[in-house]
Design a binder for this molecule. Structure first.
Ligand SMILES: NC(=O)c1ccc[n+]([C@@H]2O[C@H](COP(=O)([O-])OP(=O)(O)OC[C@H]3O[C@@H](n4cnc5c(N)ncnc54)[C@H](O)[C@@H]3O)[C@@H](O)[C@H]2O)c1
Length: 286
């Protein structure tokens, strides 16, 4: 689908990758809602669009993607102000890492709540509205290369959420095609962003009992490298995927060998024998 004249809802849209995607969508004629938990990010990003003559095409909404009532309110506000959403970019995420043996329920609930739950909440909010409208649309879910390769245990929570977002995106594609709704999953490598600010993005209810305080403080001191990709370059890749309804958007080739190694190991462990009758036995009758 083309994006000109369309309405896009971008979570985590006020910084980094989400903002890069929003800039590219606006430059190509879309109107965009930036939905983000951070008011400082929203103010800065909204100001950027005003300064660049696109204030009328962009609306900002404060939203914590783990807040389901907040999602419904944000969808209603978007429809009232801009119209129905054609493109959902479920991108908000947090760069959670820390020693596995110090991970608490607060850390698991925070990491999976935002990185996976935020995507689920977006789908549950917008898919019924898109389907009821009957005009198709497109969903882009942001996962990570961390969901495609085997990660160290310090990244277990992050990798778990991101691998689930990939599986979710793959599995809904078929069913949504019948409604003219395309699905893409974005798997970035290192991109210039504020992802190291995980501690500042942790809602109050996920703070008590966290075992990742030290790791989050260390991550917060990490410097963005000039070698990392510009968010707008990712935005261009996402635009291309929306237009051509491409499933996978993978930004970097540096982890190709790791992707191959993981898939080779899976193939190696998969028996070559197959009984078609067994597969048929799993089908429920109509
Ligand atoms: N930057 C990278 O190198 C990289 C690599 C792979 C995947 N990713 C993924 O890309 C996505 C965007 O991250 P980024 O790198 O642009 O980071 P970022 O921190 O610059 O942007 C993320 C935005 O999401 C917002 N956010 C965080 N928690 C939220 C919540 N609960 N509700 C609503 N908004 C929330 C933040 O305020 C921020 O504005 C994330 O899903 C991240 O996991 C990033």
């Amino acid at each position: 689908m083309d994006v000109a004249g369309k309405i896009a809802f971008v979570t985590g849209g006020a910084s980094g990758i989400g903002l890069g995607i929003a800039r590219v969508l606006v430059a190509n004629g879309a109107r965009v809602v930036l939905a983000d938990i951070r008011q400082d990010h929203l103010d800065e990003a909204g100001g950027w669009f005003v300064d660049h003559g696109h204030g009328c095409e962009v609306h900002t909404i404060r939203l914590d993607v783990t807040d389901r009532a907040g999602w419904a309110a944000a969808a209603d506000e978007t429809e009232a102000l801009l119209g129905p959403v054609d493109i959902l970019i479920a991108n908000a995420g947090v760069g959670l890492e820390g020693p596995l043996d110090e991970a608490s329920y607060a850390d698991w609930d925070f990491g999976l709540g935002v990185n996976l739950g935020g995507v689920v909440n977006g789908l549950q909010t917008f898919l019924p509205r898109m389907r009821a409208r009957g005009k198709g649309g497109h969903i882009v879910n942001t996962a990570s290369l961390a969901g495609m390769v085997t990660m160290p245990s310090t990244h277990a929570i992050y990798a778990t959420g991101k691998a689930a977002v990939i599986a979710l995106s793959e599995s809904i594609r078929d069913g949504l095609a019948a409604h003219g709704i395309g699905v893409s999953v974005l798997c970035p490598g290192p991109i210039k962003s504020n992802i190291h600010e995980a501690a500042q993005n942790r809602p109050e209810r996920f703070r008590e009992g966290s075992g990742f305080g030290e790791s989050e403080a260390r991550l917060g001191r990490r410097q963005v490298s000039e070698l990392w990709m510009e968010p707008d370059e990712v935005g261009e890749m996402v635009l291309d995927a929306i237009r051509a309804n491409k499933l996978y958007v993978i930004t970097h080739g540096e982890w190709r060998d790791a992707v191959i190694a993981r898939h080779d190991a899976i193939l190696e462990a998969t028996p070559t024998t197959s009984n078609p009758a067994l597969i048929a036995s799993l089908m429920a009758p109509d």
